[in-house]
Structures are given as C-alpha cells and as structure tokens.
Design a protein around this ligand. Structure first.
Ligand SMILES: *[C@@H]1O[C@H](CO)[C@@H](O)[C@H](O)[C@H]1NC(C)=O
Ligand SMILES: *[C@@H]1O[C@H](CO)[C@@H](O)[C@H](O)[C@H]1NC(C)=O
Length: 701
C-alpha cells in the first residue's frame, strides 16, 4: 500500500538544519533544501488543490503524516506514494508547487484528466509513475526538463499524441514505459541519447515509422519492447550493439526486410520475438550464437530458404516457433535435436521437404508441430513423450511405428501412411487422428479392418522358422565361443549419440512427468528415502494414490554420453520382465537434465536395512529368512532359465533385495547396474552381453 508516514523519525533542531543548509547549500541531493515559509504554505495549498486527502478537511498542519506523503526535515514534501490507493480525480496543475518532490507514484489509483504541463517544473523528480490509470492528453514536451528522472512509467492509460523528442534530454532515464496507450507518430531518434536506459517499452500503441538506428546506442538496454504498433521499415543492424539485451520484442508490426545477422551478437538474449511482421530473407546462421535464448518466435512472416543447422547450438532453447513462413529449401536439420531442453517445436505451414530426422524425435518435446509441409519418408521409430504431436498434411509414408509413444493429442491425418493403426493408439485416439490416409486399417470407424494374417502364417512356419532356428544355434555357438574366450573382456557398446529420451510406460493409464515432479516437489530432499552410488531414491505418491519409488541418477552419471542407449535397452528389458520376486519397473526418464527410473514401492526397504536394525532383525525369524532366500532363488531362476536371452544380475546383495510389507522379497537394481561408468572399476553388463557373464559372479548373497 502506501509508503511510511513522514516525520515519525528524529525531530532535529530546525536551527541546526538551517545552519547546515546555509553553509552547504548544495550539499547532498538537495533534499534538505530550506523551503521558505511561503513555499511551505504553497505546498499545503497545492495539496488541497490536489484533493486526494480530502478527509483531512482544510487543516494541512499534519500533512507530512498524511498517508503516502513523506517530507524532508524542513517539512517540504519529497515523496508521494499513493499507488493502489483510490485517489481518483486529476492532477491539479498546482502540483508544481511541490518543488522538493522527487518521487511521485500514483499508479493504479483511478486517476483521470490530462497530463499537466506544469509537472515539467518539478526538476527534482526521480521517479514518475502514473501507470494503470485513465489519464488522457499527450506527453508535454516541457517534461524534457526533468533531467533527474530515472523512471517514467505512463503505461496503461489513454495517452494520445506523439512522443516528444525532448524526452531525449532525460539522460538519466533508466526505465521508460509508455506501453498500452494510444500514442501515435514516430519514435524520435533523440531517444538514442538515453544511454542509461535499461528498459524501453513502447508496446501496444499506434507508433508509426521506422525503428531509428540510434536505438543501437542504448547499450545498457535489457528490454526493448515495440510489440503491436505500426512500425515499418527494416530492423536496423545497429540493434546488434545492444549486447545486454535480454528481451527483444518487435512482433505485430509491419517490419520488412531481412533479419540482420548482427542479432547473433545479442548473447544475453532470452527471448526474441519477431512474429507477425513481413520479414523476408533467410534466418541468419549467426543466430546460433544466441546460446542463452529460450524463446524464438518468428511466426507469420515471409522467411524463406532453410533452417540453419547452427540453430542446434542454441542450448537453452525451450520454444522454437517458425510457423507460417516460406521455409522451403531442404529438410529439417538433424541438429535441431541438439536443443536438449526444447519443449515446443512449431514448424507448421511452411514448405519443408525431406524426412523427419530421428534426432527430432529424441527431444522430450511437449509439442511437435510439423503439419502442413511437404515432409516425406517414414515416421522415425523412437520412444518419446509428447503432449501434442501434429504431423498432418504432409507426405509421410510407411507404417505408424509401434513405439511407446505417450501422447496428449495426435494428428497424423492427410498423409500416405499405410498398414495397421497400432492398438495402443486405437484405444486412445479417434478416427480424426488418422483420417486422410487411404491405406491405414484398423478397428476404428471409417477405417476398414486389417486383413487377417493367417495366409502368412504358413510361410512363417515353413520358411522363417527353420531359418530362425538355424540363426539361433549359430548365435548360441558364437556366444559359447566368446564366453570361453573372454569372460571379463566385455565389449564397449557401440553408442555414438546422446539422444534425449523420456518414456513413461503405460501404467494404470498414465503417469505424467508433471505428476512425478509434483509428487516429489522436484525431487525435494524431504521425499528422499535413500542414497546410493548411482543416485538417490525418492518416495512419490501419485495423484491416483499409488506410491512409487523413484531412483534418480546423480547428475554426474547422467552426463556420460554412452548411457543413453544402454539405459534404454535396459529399461526395455526390465519393463518386459514380470515376476513376483522382481521389482517392477513402471517407467523411466532419460534426459540430460533429469534421469530417473520409476519402480514399484517396497514398503520395508532393503534386506540390508531390515537386518541392520535389531528389532526388525528379530522379527525376521529363520522361517522368514528361508522364505526370502527362496524368493530370491525363484527370481534368479526366472532370470537365468525363463528369460530369453537369459539375464544375469551380477550384483545380488542384501542391499538389492527389497521387501514388501508382507516380507516378500524382490530382486532389484539391475537396471542401474549397467549404468556404472564403463571406465570405472564397477564393470558393467552391456547390451547384448547378458547370458555369458560368469555365473560365479551371480550370488554374493
Ligand atoms: C475550506 O476552505 C474552503 C475555501 O477555501 C471553504 O469554503 C471551506 O468552508 C473550508 N472548510 C473548512 C472545513 O474549513
Ligand atoms: C510497462 O507497463 C506494462 C503495462 O502496465 C507492464 O505490464 C510492464 O510490466 C511495465 N514494465 C516494463 C518494463 O515493461
């Protein structure tokens, strides 16, 4: 609300102040300037004219204690802060009597009337905030005298007329906010003199004419917002000098010409919005240098040529929106997949050709919109989590992959896809998602059922089966040979790429990433129930009430490149294992910011812990212990004899045997066993090598 009441501090001797002021009249900021009695009387009168404290009547004696007013020691008013207090009415021209005023904040007070010319006489003003009112009239050119002004906020009013060029004299200005008014006319080139300016917001007005190139002198600028005006001409290349800029918004204007390559110098930029203009030419590859950029919006322009692969260098990019342009040459660069935190990729309504790079499907996008292009080839086969996937109106061919897609919305309509619509998609999406693909089949309205495969079955039995048997024997022979040769010589996995993968397997419908973050308050320590060599274990209660255990990998582990593929394989294998004595893996997330596995929650924790506490260990009598050994043996037998290919755990210990509330034992932790750094002493079991690790290593229990 309002600022502190004045004169509640030390009451100093008037004489001593007068003395100081007389001897050093220009001392300090001048706020203790001695006001004459008549000046003070005029101030008191001005307050009555302003009329914002009418409940005090005509008695201005205690004016320094009125709400929102602060005086200096001489009794002269230095500050009026009535923001969010309903003062209403207009600003009386007599306000110029408040000659000591440095601070005037009347924002959101219901103020009406015109901007008074006389305010320009208050040359001590440092802050003038009249924002969010109903003030009319134009900005008086006399305000150019307010040389001490640091903040001028007139935003969200009904101000008309042009920006006076005299505002260029306010060289101490740090914030100039004129947004949300009806200001017309050009941006005066004199604004280029405001070299202390940090925030310049002229958005939502009717400003016409070009962006003066002098704005390139405002090298302290952090925010430049010219959104929604009628600015014409091209973007001056001098804007590339504004290297402190964090937000540049020129959207919804009539800007023409190319994007200057100098914008690539704005390395502090977080948001660049040029959307809804008539910008032409190509995207300069220099923009790849904007490594702090989080939001790039070029929607609805006439940008042509191709998407430069350099955009893959924008490591902080969260949203890339190039919709409704004329991007036409060549396919999507696979480097877009390097944008590891990218959540939204919007490229619809362009003329993009070529295939969808596999890499694009490895980002944990929330939204991927490639619709209305000329994209061809097959949909990459990859597990991914997306909320919205729109590939409609392209030339995609081939089958819809049987991946573990986790989707909110799906649109594959109007392509040339063929074959069966996968069952897991049929259950969740309607015909609309697949419409316009002549050769798709499936159990959905408007689609013909898929032809039965019985005619093929004979072939499988007669030809493929013997071949498979032969191959299986061959493989077995090779495996036995290798096993005899190199028990410890485990080959490196052939992993070259560090993709980002996020997949949460279908479990009780769905577990959303958000649910997990919410359930653990973004992996807050309060939910941590244990820590190990690879990471920490958290307990998370999902919105459905179900409790799961999350094993989150330490960041260091998560940064090792080769883990992507091996982890993915591991997670897949584990998700296929179903045994009552093996802990169930419900899902996983692999992304360089966040890697975790989602397990069934085991109420009693590890056998090691139970044995470590005397009273719990006592409860575990011999009959129960034998049962735990039996359970463990069952799990191992299943892994070794019932899984194809067999799986060897390699790290059975009391730490890795977890107990349910009924003291049933479950073997855990083989997912992460492989995630140990291959270079470290903890050697790992790698893709394709399970089955020939020495059985001797199996039971350490
Ligand atoms: C305040 O002053 C005005 C004119 O100056 C006068 O008409 C009015 O009666 C005064 N009110 C009080 C309460 O003294
Ligand atoms: C400027 O004014 C608008 C409207 O009142 C407000 O939303 C914005 O936060 C203000 N400040 C800046 C720096 O733009």
């Amino acid at each position: 609300m309002a600022s502190p009441f004045c004169c509640t501090t030390l009451v100093l001797s008037y004489v001593s102040i007068a003395l100081v002021v007389t001897i050093f009249p220009t001392l300090g900021t001048g706020s203790t300037r001695l006001a004459t009695t008549s000046e003070l009387e005029m101030e008191a009168k001005a307050l009555l004219h302003l009329g914002w404290w009418s409940w005090h009547g005509n008695d201005t004696h205690n004016r320094c204690r009125w709400v929102g007013i602060t005086c200096n020691d001489a009794g002269s008013i230095t500050s009026i802060d009535c923001s969010w207090v309903a003062v209403s009415g207009s600003i009386s021209p007599q306000i110029d009597a408040l000659s000591s005023l440095e601070y005037l904040d009347l924002s959101h007070t219901g103020l009406t009337g015109e901007l008074p010319q006389s305010l320009g006489k208050l040359t001590r003003l440092k802050e003038l905030n009249l924002s969010r009112n109903f003030v009319e009239g134009s900005i008086p050119s006399g305000w150019g005298n307010l040389k001490n002004l640091k903040l001028l906020d007139l935003s969200d009013n009904r101000i008309t007329g042009p920006i006076p060029s005299t505002l260029g004299n306010l060289t101490n200005l740090e914030l100039l906010n004129l947004s949300e008014n009806q200001i017309i006319g050009p941006i005066p080139s004199t604004l280029g003199k405001l070299t202390n300016l940090e925030l310049l917001n002229l958005s939502e007005n009717q400003i016409i004419g070009p962006i003066p190139s002098t704005l390139g002198n405002l090298t302290n600028l952090e925010l430049l917002n010219l959104f929604e005006n009628q600015i014409i001409g091209s973007i001056p290349s001098t804007l590339g000098n504004l290297t402190n800029l964090e937000l540049l918004n020129l959207s919804e204007n009539q800007i023409i010409g190319p994007i200057p390559f100098t914008l690539g110098n704005l390395t502090n930029l977080k948001q660049l919005d040029l959307s809804f203009n008539q910008i032409t030419g190509a995207i300069p590859p220099t923009l790849g240098g904007l490594t702090n950029l989080e939001f790039l919006y070029f929607t609805s322009n006439q940008i042509s040529s191709f998407i430069p692969s350099e955009l893959g260098n924008m490591k902080s990019l969260v949203e890339l929106d190039l919709r409704k342009n004329k991007l036409n040459e060549g396919p999507l660069p696979s480097q877009i997949g390097n944008c590891s935190v990218l959540e939204g990729l919007y490229l619809s309504n362009n003329h993009i050709t070529g295939n969808i790079p596999f890499e694009v499907f490895t980002c944990p996008h929330h939204t991927l919109d490639l619709s209305h292009n000329f994209i061809e080839g097959e949909i990459p086969h990859n597990d991914l989590i997306l909320y919205d996937l729109d590939l409609s109106h392209n030339n995609l061919t081939g089958m819809i992959p049987e991946s573990s897609w986790f989707l909110g919305t799906l649109n594959l309509s109007y392509n040339s896809l063929e074959g069966p619509i996968p069952e897991y998609l049929i259950n969740r999406f309607s015909s609309d998602s697949f419409w316009g693909n002549k050769n798709l089949c499936g159990n959905l309205p408007d689609f013909s059922p898929c032809p039965s495969k019985s005619s093929n079955k004979l072939k499988i039995v007669e030809i493929i089966l013997p071949v498979l048997c032969f191959l299986a024997f061959l493989a077995l022979g090779v495996l036995l040979f290798l096993r005899s040769r190199a028990e410890d010589n485990i080959p490196e996995p052939n992993v070259t790429k560090n993709g980002d993968l996020f997949s949460i397997l279908n479990f009780d419908g769905r577990i959303a990433f958000e649910d997990i973050i919410e359930a653990t308050n973004d992996f807050d320590i309060r939910y941590c129930i244990g820590t190990g060599g690879y990471g920490s274990v958290y307990r998370a209660q999902l919105p459905s009430g179900k409790i799961v255990a999350l094993k989150k990998l330490h960041r260091r582990e998560a940064e090792v490149l080769a883990f992507d593929k091996s982890f993915k394989n591991e997670a897949k294998i584990l998700s296929e294992i179903r045994h009552k004595n093996i802990v169930k893996l419900h899902g996983f997330c692999l992304h360089n910011r966040c890697m975790f596995l989602i397990y069934e929650y085991m109420a009693r924790g590890s056998l090691f812990c139970v044995l470590a506490y005397d009273n719990e260990a006592m409860e575990l009598d011999w009959i129960k212990r034998v049962k735990i050994i039996k359970d463990t043996a069952c799990a191992l037998s299943y892994l070794h004899h019932d899984c194809h290919p067999p799986i060897v755990h390699r790290d059975i210990s009391s730490n890795n045997i977890l107990l349910t509330s009924n003291l049933e034992a479950c073997v855990s932790d083989f997912g992460t066993a492989r995630l140990i750094d291959p270079d470290s002493s903890n050697q790992t079991m790698l893709v394709g090598t399970y089955g020939y690790i020495a059985p001797g290593q199996v039971s350490k229990l």
